[in-house]
Design a protein around this ligand. Structure first.
Ligand code: AMP
Ligand code: GLY
Length: 431
């Protein structure tokens, strides 16, 4: 089977690495890919948003399946683009249709969806420019901190959590009246602040049945001890120790089943990943957000724990026979440490030569922001490399990832040495 992966980050290298292990793989292409994906298949220089070029490539190369990594092409309708063509509709796209991708593409849509299907989430109201005054009054009825979310995609920056009423009012005004996030903040969801500890659960669905993939916890802040600016993710741990069987049963019963049933009831044929961001509040799960794709770096943490053949699972998604697919996981713990460019998540430079990758032993290396320059691999993004280790405990896996991270050199290299540390000292069960 010949497969095309869309995207260019650590997530897509992890998909390429896993798919390349399948005896069923013929040729593997990645558009546009990075230096790491080039080790697993052939990179093709096509933008994930250029559906016409992607379609032409798929037909010219007789591709049998397209796996979509990032949210942008899904929210913009790559699935529907394939469905609208007699020739392309025969090629399965792993990733939801445009209507399903709205779970991530519109916070207001996802909140309405949860309300309609009685899925636990923070109480909320949505405001637009014409209802700004009502929004300001609504803020006065809440207690701090305040949670403001731009409705549309805002490159992970659209959620603001001011701690004073004054700041919350200024922020809501900036988002609605001054279009702080452009069209993405034409509507703003204002919601209740949930107190608890976060984790993510990943589900693969064929529109009828589903598989619950390993849970993960990611570390979003740049600094150790979860301090400083938000990033795309500085590392992740899987499984999450406080997501024990009892908690995961609540997640499945109260959230996953109603989500899959809700999509069916709403007539949305969802074939792809659902990434559910959760808050564990006193032992009860609440949905913070849905994403219509896998997480990054969570994919680099979760996929190494999946033992089953990914092509089999994807074929199950395409033919709606996922319930008949084998699915098993590695019980060990995976810890991913992300190496980033100096200055990230602010301004950072690109083009620095990366050395030491061949020195790494006992861990997996996934390329995120890298490219080839002549015979060298150079930095090409804020998040540069992800190092994942499997171990019998968080501390064992984390120490190995950190030890290997030390061996990599490039100008401005930075990484967190404390990924998973908070979970080691947490008392269980978290209530
Ligand atoms: P989102 O983009 O929706 O994941 O939000 C970004 C981050 O904001 C989340 O990972 C949480 O840490 C935080 N957050 C979002 N919604 C809430 C909420 N209702 N209560 C507390 N924290 C929240
Ligand atoms: N690591 C968070 C995300 O992929 O959205």
């Amino acid at each position: 089977m010949d497969i095309l992966i869309i995207g260019s980050g650590g997530r897509e290298h992890a998909f390429a690495w896993k798919i390349a292990q399948s005896p069923r793989l013929g040729k593997l292409f990645i558009a546009p890919g990075n230096s790491g994906t080039a080790l697993c298949g052939t990179n093709v220089n096509i933008s994930p948003l250029d559906f016409e070029k992607i379609g032409a490539f798929v037909l010219a190369n007789h591709i049998d399946m397209v796996v979509v990594g990032p949210e942008d092409p899904l929210v913009k309708g790559i699935y529907d683009y394939f469905q609208s063509s007699e020739l392309l509709k025969k090629v399965p796209v792993i990733g939801p249709c445009k209507a399903g991708a709205q779970l991530e593409g519109s916070k207001d849509f996802s909140k309405q969806f949860m309300l309609r299907h009685q899925i636990p989430t923070a109480a909320y109201k949505t405001f637009s420019r014409t209802t700004l005054n009502e929004g300001l009054k609504f803020l006065e009825t809440l207690s701090p901190p305040y949670v403001l979310k731009a409705d549309g995609l805002a490159a992970g920056k659209g959620v603001v959590i001011p701690s004073t009423l004054e700041d919350a009012k200024a922020e809501l005004t900036a988002m609605l009246a001054d279009a702080k996030f452009g069209a993405a903040s034409a509507q703003v969801v204002v919601e209740e602040f949930l107190n608890g500890i976060e984790l993510s659960v990943f589900v693969l669905s064929d529109g009828i049945s589903y598989k619950v993939l390993p849970s993960a916890k990611d570390y979003k802040r740049i600094g150790e001890g979860d301090q400083g600016l938000n990033t795309g993710g500085m590392g992740a741990v899987s499984p999450v120790p406080f997501a024990d069987a009892a908690f995961l049963e609540k997640v499945e019963k109260r959230i996953i089943i109603p989500t899959i049933d809700g999509l069916k009831k709403d007539g949305i044929d969802y074939r792809g990943f659902i990434f559910i961001g959760l808050m564990n509040c006193n032992g009860d799960p609440y949905v913070i957000e849905y994403n219509c794709r896998m997480g990054d770096p969570e994919t680099e943490t979760v996929l190494p724990r999946i033992q089953s053949d990914l092509i089999d699972l994807f074929e199950g998604v395409a033919s709606q026979t996922l319930d008949r697919c084998n699915y098993s996981t590695d019980p060990r713990t995976a810890v991913t440490v992300m190496l980033v460019a100096g200055g990230y998540p602010g301004d950072y430079q690109k083009g620095d030569v990366i050395n030491g990758v061949e020195q790494i032993s006992g861990s997996l290396v996934f390329h995120a922001g890298t490219t080839n320059s002549g015979s060298e691999v150079v930095t090409n993004g804020g998040r540069v490399l992800a190092i994942t280790s499997l171990g019998e405990s968080i501390s064992q896996a984390s120490s190995l990832s950190v030890k290997n991270a030390e061996k990599i050199t490039y100008t401005g290299k930075y990484y967190r040495k404390d990924i998973g540390k908070d979970l080691e000292t947490l008392s269980f069960p978290v209530k």
